[in-house]
Ligand binder design. Structure first.
Ligand code: ATP
Length: 249
């Protein structure tokens, strides 16, 4: 299962970049000098053990945790510490792992919440684009989001992020707790979203499945990136296989 898109060449202009970031929660640093980059049109997967700081990196990229030093850039613009609402306006959308739908609102209302800043006539067209990607959501548009399955709720959360036509989509473990069927369905849709030109950073516990749809991958441990390589190389690396992919490929 190789991505249809070619791997962007090394050194290509970056869409998003993290440079030597230290930061975390309160007085506690969780990120210890993290470097990360995503080229335009790239799908990057971050794997690593629990507590390695993967989610914290995504939050740092969207202004949700304190950055003590280092920089975050969107193209050439420095956005370090920018409030989350402004990061969203610049086209960076983040889907957290949990608590990512409004359970008492319908699917359609959830999607509309994603585009509450849109004041033009494009709302229906935006919803239709999400429904084209997630047909199940169209069928269930009038259902309460809280009554959907975990996989369907994840579709609502991703769909809501897509309502703003993001340039960068940050996904925190979108397949956590899902059945193998829903896991492959969600990852296949993530690849389709990337195929439309959206830069995607995917944190994934299903490390092998995540790397299989990615162009490039990072292995995180203890608050920093230990390895960075084309996804195919990580998938065939015996050390990575043994430690992070549940055995050799
Ligand atoms: N809101 C918070 N306040 C304080 N510490 C936190 C907070 N969120 C996470 N941490 C701590 O930061 C460290 C990194 O957590 P993080 O969630 O980024 O790891 P992760 O690699 O995403 O792990 P997982 O795969 O378990 O989600 C952990 O030690 C965690 O306990």
């Amino acid at each position: 299962m190789n991505p249809a898109q070619p791997v962007p060449p090394a050194g290509a202009a970056s869409l998003m970049r993290v440079e030597a970031v230290h930061g975390g929660y309160g007085q506690l640093d969780v990120l210890h000098g993290v470097n990360f980059r995503m080229a335009p049109g790239e799908l990057v997967c971050i794997i690593g053990p629990n507590g390695a700081g993967k989610s914290t990196l995504l939050k740092a990229m969207v202004g949700l945790v304190r950055i003590r030093s280092g920089r975050v850039l969107l193209e050439d613009r420095e956005i370090t510490g920018l409030p989350p609402a402004q990061a969203v306006r610049l086209g960076i959308c983040y889907v957290p792992q949990t608590g990512n739908v409004f359970p008492s609102l319908t699917v359609e209302e959830n999607l509309e919440m994603g585009a509450y800043v849109v004041r033009d006539q494009s709302l229906e067209a935006r919803k239709d684009r999400v429904f084209a990607l997630f047909e199940t959501l169209k069928e269930k548009r009038r259902h309460r989001a809280g009554a959907l399955s975990g996989g369907q709720q994840q579709m609502v959360a991703i769909g809501r992020a897509l309502m703003l036509d993001p340039r960068v989509l940050l996904l925190d473990e979108p397949t956590a707790g899902l059945s193998p069927l829903y896991t492959s369905m969600i990852l296949e849709r993530v690849r389709a979203i990337n195929g439309q030109g959206v830069g995607v950073c995917l944190v994934e516990q299903n490390a092998r499945a995540g790397l299989e749809i990615a162009h490039r991958g990072y292995v995180f441990t203890q608050g920093t990136e230990r390895l960075e390589a084309p996804a195919e190389r990580l998938l065939t690396d015996p050390g990575v296989g043994r430690l992070f992919l549940g055995g050799a490929s």
